[in-house]
Design a protein around this ligand. Sequence first.
Ligand SMILES: *Cc1c(COP(=O)(O)O)cnc(C)c1O
Length: 359
Amino acid sequence: MNILLNNPLQPDLNKLTKYLQQVNESHWYTNFGPLHQKLTNRLEEYLGVEHLLLVSNGTLALQVACKALGITSAITTPFSFVATTSSLLWQGMEVAFSDIDPESYNLCPTKLENALTEDEHFDAIVATHVYGNPCNVTEIENVAKKFNKKVIYDAAHAFGVKIGEQSILKFGDASTLSFHATKVFHTVEGGAIIFKHKADFEKAKQFINFGINADGSLGEPGINAKLNEYQCAVGLTLLDDIDAIIKHRAELFKLYCDQLKNIVELPIWHSKASYNGAYMPIYIADSERQLKIIEALTGNNIQCRRYFFPSLDVAYDKQKSFGCFSSQKIALGAICLPLHSYMTENDVLAVTDIIKENI
Ligand SMILES: *Cc1c(COP(=O)(O)O)cnc(C)c1O
């Protein structure tokens, strides 16, 4: 047995080569070329969004979104992949941490409201739909309105996720995606920003091309965050099969939950959310039991990982924290189990059997 934690989607090479031939024929390798346009259109249609800007990775997506919205300080979640915070600190932003809800592992709206009541000077809220589980977007919007704050969602885990009929990417002033090879959908490296307002999209498009305006004149200085035609070709190739892939991942996720629901603690999902099966997080409070499970899985060639650890308020302890007890607790006990599109239901049962034998 050998079950990988993650296994990136492999593009069909025949299809991919046809796209690469088109690149040679067009002599257009990057800078908003024809495949870039095609992938933009297809993603907007698939995701049910407008104003989608492709960028070179999910980290730059967060940075460019903040720049375009004029944000220089933010209250954010301590329970996420490091890039949610490090990307903001790297561009000199002021960052403060507000705690998560211990059931959903997402930014807690009540604690967020308390934090802003204590210190209102932040420009924005940056929240992650962690593991693809949507934040309480209604409550976060209420808090944002009350204090007149912008909202950015790091939706790197939430590709294809909906609340009811609505894409999760429709909430907030901007949402960011990562198309890194390890994500549900990928372009090897890549990402996107989905803006609520067209004006912000236009500004960001100028920013990711050095700050050059559409008419060739120089505007505010920018960066290079463009996605090239080769990477768009990978995206177009993989997008053909994405519905089946998400369906399969969601089925594996549900099987895991069925098998483990009375055995370990699981985060509680948003009641109206669709599932994309991006990650399979479990929580084991007792550190000895947790270690025993990790060793049993590893001993059977099954990869797993403590994820996300450490809580980011601990990693970046020079930043202000409004108190992140729940995030620190969850970070200690959370483990992600293998979940990827090349796994079978029998693989899932092999993992859950070992957990049941060792808990
Ligand atoms: C992967 C990820 C990122 C960073 O995306 P890259 O494309 O690797 O730069 C940011 N936030 C979260 C939550 C992620 O999982």
